[in-house]
Write a protein that binds this ligand. Structure first.
Ligand SMILES: Cc1cc2nc3c(=O)[nH]c(=O)nc-3n(C[C@H](O)[C@H](O)[C@H](O)COP(=O)(O)OP(=O)(O)OC[C@H]3O[C@@H](n4cnc5c(N)ncnc54)[C@H](O)[C@@H]3O)c2cc1C
Length: 343
């Protein structure tokens, strides 16, 4: 550990720098899995997490699609993953990362609120993302009890029921179509009179006999009986007419924000802001590896997050070995291996 003084305007701020081999940003499923493998490999790794370990698992009532753990609670799975990582010696260090910088010598500086700075030649960045909420009464109250942000995760809980999807972009329409395999009906609520989704997705959705679109309409409240969702209070934005819709499953797709704002250098990303990697989780910045929901990819699940993280740690380990042996370019992604998948 080393202390450095950095001039900030008139004042001089003292920063404590902790040196490590590897910094893991985030302790969701991807970060916790990265910690487990880094610990098993006896790497000198630190994992920094702003909140409690588990990430989006903490928003998940029940997980029914993680192999070997049927119907496990989100919190329970988060705790199991955190305990498992701890067993191999890497525990989450509490801290809100404010900036990830890259120095000229290729080291990364991860600055945490309060002035602590971590430095390492490699980073596995797993800051995930955040589903954008609708911000209406009832949404928080019924999250996991009828309100969901993930069709693949929760669709099967609504077999034979009336499902409602909110949104009008690609995700809403694509996930809405996916939900027709479970719901007896899927009603899409959209605030405009046309969808933003790609024509091919719209066509697929609209031609399905289970689907219906309620145009020019916004959700004012998610209604429930104290236990579960029972319906929606709606308002037509053109006529101001109010109505109620009976439904038990409300899937909200009004946006998902990848947590990339703290990355202070240019790294290739797709049009939605997700970071692009090759198949070994390498980005176009040597030493900067990315895993989980923050990565540009087809699907975002717990299984994909932990798969990514496993690969990322081994790629980072190889990068560090190459550096040690003097092959500094060990992390350059071969052009032919790069893949850019728009989300
Ligand atoms: C309601 C809901 C239900 C879901 N159900 C399922 C399901 O049943 N099955 C399934 O497979 N998937 C499900 N998912 C998706 C799954 O939870 C995600 O794919 C998975 O959590 C992604 O893991 P991650 O580690 O990449 O990111 P996240 O889980 O988003 O974790 C990222 C972590 O990074 C931390 N972080 C972010 N920024 C900073 C910062 N600046 N400083 C420090 N820490 C930071 C966050 O606090 C968070 O803990 C669900 C998602 C939601 C929202």
């Amino acid at each position: 550990m080393k202390r450095e003084h950095e001039a900030v305007g008139e004042t001089v701020e003292e920063k404590t720098i902790h040196d490590h081999e590897l910094i893991i940003v985030g302790a969701g499923p991807a970060g916790l899995c990265a910690a487990l493998y880094a610990g098993r490999s006896e790497m000198d790794a630190v994992m920094i997490e702003a909140g409690f370990p588990g990430g989006q698992l903490l928003l998940t009532e029940l997980v029914d699609d993680y192999p070997g753990l049927e119907n496990v609670g989100g919190m329970e799975l988060a705790q199991k993953m955190a305990d498992h990582a701890k067993k191999f010696g890497v525990e989450p260090t509490r801290g809100h990362v404010q900036k990830v910088r890259r120095e000229e010598d290729g080291h990364f500086l991860v600055e945490v609120e309060g002035g602590t700075v971590y430095r390492a030649p490699a980073v596995v960045y797993t800051a995930g993302g955040t589903p954008r909420p609708l911000d209406v009464p009832g949404e928080k109250e019924y999250m996991g009890r009828g309100v969901s942000y993930c069709a693949i995760c929760d669709g099967a809980f609504f077999k034979g029921e009336d499902i409602t999807v909110i949104g009008g972009g690609d995700s809403a329409v694509e996930e809405g179509e996916f939900l027709t395999r479970y719901g007896s009906s899927v009603t899409l609520i959209h605030r405009r009179d046309e969808l933003r989704a790609q024509a091919v997705l719209q066509h697929r959705f609209l031609k399905n006999e289970k689907t219906e679109v309620v145009w020019d309409t916004v959700v004012e409240e998610i209604l429930g009986d104290g236990e579960n969702v029972t319906g929606l209070a709606l308002r037509n934005v053109k006529t101001d007419e109010r109505s109620e819709l009976s439904t038990t499953g409300v899937f909200i797709f009004v946006g998902f924000t990848p947590n990339v704002a703290v990355v202070d250098f240019h790294v290739e990303h797709d049009s939605a802001g997700y970071i692009v990697t090759d198949r070994d989780m390498r980005t176009d910045v040597p030493g900067f590896f990315v895993a989980g929901d923050v990565r540009s990819q087809l699907i975002r699940q717990i299984t994909t997050a932990v798969g990514d993280a496993t690969t990322a740690v081994f790629a980072a380990e190889k990068y560090l070995q190459d550096l040690e042996e003097g092959h500094g370019a060990g992390a350059e992604a071969p052009a032919e291996a790069r893949e850019t998948q728009a989300v």
